[in-house]
Design a protein around this ligand. Structure first.
Ligand SMILES: O=C(NO)[C@]12CC[C@H](CC1)C2
Ligand SMILES: [Zn+2]
Length: 318
């Protein structure tokens, strides 16, 4: 591997060449490895016509807007997590741009992926503080981009719940990575760093006890097609939590006891399933089958493969 140059942000552009050991001649040149994070930040200045004014691109210095700088940094951490944990180079696996627009509308209590880019509201200061400052929200939105480039889980019905769950799951896996690969209560809370700034300890959603938010599902038999995808996601969120940490259903909807395999192995299983096996119409039952397949493909032990099935059984996916 030779260094062919450096990116705008100083990271090396690597050139992989195959060299004849006898005379040193180059036999073959392999594709250049993308190493840039490819960030492109826009300021909507509280309007709604995307993408807004370009205010910071990859390698550019910090601006005078802390929200822009924070989101730029969160995107960097998310890029790094996907590269280090899953060897994924950006949304599309080949260095695709990370386009992010902040200050969307006025007092907007939401953030979303529009099929091409991430969009963040400032929050109203009561329900949410600025959502662009949050690592798990940023990684949640970027993961919608990963999902749209891979399984492309349809954003309705059971696949829609799985789509939202992938974003909650990897949003928190990235938060775990950003915390120095340390699991804490926050690892299982969604949006806790920007949700209700005047109330400590609460969160938008709770992966370890989804029903705690008053709306999310934690048991597949309760699922109906009319349930919002942000609530049916709780079924898969809880399965991921139980697979990572072990234990039983927090509200005793089942008595299945799940053996912990740890968050990183659970993340590898769900990442491989979402990016290599899931289809756009994947159901919860297929998610159970295909996360089990992913664990097998990864060469995990029979006990670990069984733990995957147990985690889904624990949330009523038989
Ligand atoms: O699902 C979402 N975005 O795609 C969110 C998750 C946290 C904010 C509120 C709802 C954004
Ligand atoms: Zn979402």
């Amino acid at each position: 591997v030779t260094v062919k140059g450096t990116q705008a942000d100083g990271t090396p552009i690597l050139d992989k060449v195959l060299v004849n050991a006898v005379d040193g001649s180059v036999v073959a040149r392999l594709p250049t490895i993308h190493t840039a994070k490819n960030r492109e930040l826009h300021d909507l200045k509280n309007k709604t016509t995307l993408p807004g004014t370009t205010v910071r691109t990859e390698g550019q210095a910090a601006t005078s807007d802390a929200v822009v700088n924070n989101n730029y940094d969160r995107l960097g951490t998310t890029y790094d997590a996907y590269k280090e944990l899953f060897n994924r180079d950006s949304l599309d696996g080949s260095g695709g741009k990370l386009i992010s627009s902040v200050h969307y509308s006025t007092k907007y209590n939401n953030a979303y992926w529009n099929g091409t880019q991430m969009v963040y509201g400032d929050g109203d200061g009561s329900t949410f503080s600025n959502l662009a400052n949050s690592l798990d929200v940023t990684a949640h939105e970027l993961t919608h981009g990963v999902t749209s480039n891979t399984s492309n889980l349809e954003y309705s019905g059971e696949s829609g719940g799985l789509n939202e769950a992938m974003s909650d799951i990897f949003g928190n896996v990235v938060e775990y990575y950003g915390a120095g690969k340390v699991v804490s209560d926050n690892t299982w809370k969604v949006g806790e760093d920007v949700y209700t700034p005047n109330t400590a300890g609460d969160a938008l959603r709770y992966m370890n006890d989804p029903a705690k938010d008053g709306d999310s599902l934690d048991y597949y038999p309760d699922y109906t097609s009319g349930v919002d995808v942000h609530y049916s996601s709780g079924i898969a969120n809880l399965a991921f939590y139980l697979l990572s940490q072990g234990g039983k259903h927090p509200r005793s909807k089942t008595t299945v006891s799940v053996t912990a395999i740890g968050i990183e192995k659970a993340a590898q299983i769900f990442y491989r399933a979402n990016t290599q096996i899931f289809t756009a119409s994947t159901t919860f039952a297929q998610a159970k089958q295909w996360t089990g397949q992913a664990a097998q493909d990864l060469g995990y032990t029979q006990a670990e493969i069984s733990a995957v099935a147990d985690a889904w059984s624990a949330v009523g996916v038989t």
